[in-house]
Design a protein around this ligand. Sequence first.
Ligand code: ADP
Length: 396
Amino acid sequence: MTEPVVLVLNSGSSSIKFQIVEPIAGHAVGSGLVERIGESSGHVVYDHPGGVIERNLVIADHTAALRAVEEVVAAAGRSLDEWGVVAVGHRVVHGGSVFSEPTVVDDEVVEELTRLSPLAPLHNPSNVIGIEVARRLLPDVPHVVVFDTAFFHTMPEAAATYAIDAEVARANEVRRYGFHGTSHEYVSERAAAFLGRKLGEIDQIVLHLGNGASASAIQGGRAIDTSMGMTPLEGLVMGTRSGDLDPGVILHLHRNAGMEGAELDDLLNRRSGLKGLCGENDFRSLLEMVAEGDPAAKLAYDVYVHRLRRYIGAYLVELGGVDVITFTGGVGENNPDVRRDALAGLGRLGIVVDHDRNESAEQRERRISADESAVKVLVIPTNEELAIARKTIALV
Ligand code: ADP
């Protein structure tokens, strides 16, 4: 008997990422991407065990995009119906203060998500469009929303509160929410399982380093702090986002350079981080530039590592020491230099990375700390789609 499958959707403004996941077996049977929605030429790619299917066509809107998903999946031999899709899991970036758990979608949920859109104007509106379209095209199965913010709902008030006028903050829902929660939760559970320890008994730091990047402090399975805040801009240096910044910089740029909202948004979200410092946001290309002796790339790398170490230090103290530090995300999973430099010279704190284990290019879950290291250091590939599929099936 084949097991039920979940369709996982991550809808952006001009793209939809999708996976067909077998949540019990724990793997995807196919995954793909619809790109350039609403542009003059769109692109669909679907990767499945039998090969890769590609289509170039005009994709007018999200409805056309989802029809294209149905078409390529069927072209691979089995329609979504024939796969026996039992539910659709939607990734939603911002759940505000309202949503702390995965939730079955109904009209009220959609309304509430729409109300939350100002909190995540770059993400939530397209998430909502994706949900509405999918509900129309797949009306017979339940749809579940899984929030990037949910795992951090448990953060203590002291970690979630910005020290600004409390009335202004309340009126505008200004507080720290945290993001990448699905990944931090999944990776922390895998780390405990890898070590054969109970999640509730260990303290962890998880470093999710991808295009976006975030760190979290997790005490016995409960997140007590994370580096992203009200928006995914706060915290670590990212591909194109600044991470932490003196808020006075924004006031200064406004007063002295006449920068307004849209321009500041573009500066901080798309022209900062590694790209802002050296013109390159892809970490592999950045490393090549460093190897060629490019001083701007070297500085970008150093700023990136410096910020990362600052957060690791903060979370070591917040947790009063840790059992395990785990790297995940495209950079965290694949780049030994960042892992080495982030934890260099911490032998006195019981943190020692083993050179050969760190340099290994294996893709599986693994330990990279030395045998004598009191703190275990792990690399765990994240799998947000699987986590979303499992949360979805658990709910329906
Ligand atoms: P996203 O946040 O978009 O999901 P990923 O987690 O896939 O991103 O991470 C993308 C980043 O990982 C890119 O900067 C990419 O260069 C980097 N990356 C992927 N593979 C490697 C590698 N082998 N070495 C260094 N960086 C890598």
